[in-house]
Design a protein around this ligand. Sequence first.
Ligand code: HEC
Length: 107
Amino acid sequence: MDRIWLIIAVILLTAMTVLPASSEETDEGPARKLINSQGCKACHALEGDGGTVADSFEEIRANFSRAEIRLKLVNRSGKHGNSSIPDFSHLSQEELEALVNFIQPES
Ligand code: HEC
């Protein structure tokens, strides 16, 4: 009977190592979800939908490097958006990577 747990454990471990393999291709879905769930669109527009308090994600893509974007999301003072709200350091490394990859796929 104990073997069933061993089999379940092996299946879970295999799934955990195999599934995230293609992170580059799968960042767009998670990034779009985060942009909605974290309320980014209250201030930033994406594809014409969202607030005008700050630059749209298209403008950010044109003007900021990946490193600059990462620094805006998580920084030492823990603040985002002209220090008006907490930064996004509560997100996991994977979530932050997905956002950066989506906002700035190039430089
Ligand atoms: C309460 C409003 C608000 C929310 C919500 C918000 N931002 Fe911002 N964000 C700003 C402001 C304001 C700036 C600074 C704009 C400036 O300096 O001109 C900024 C700057 C940025 C920058 C740097 C580019 C720039 O123009 O300075 C990035 C990247 C960014 N935000 C991404 C995000 C992401 C991703 C989210 C959601 C996870 C988010 N923001 C949520 C208001 C917000």
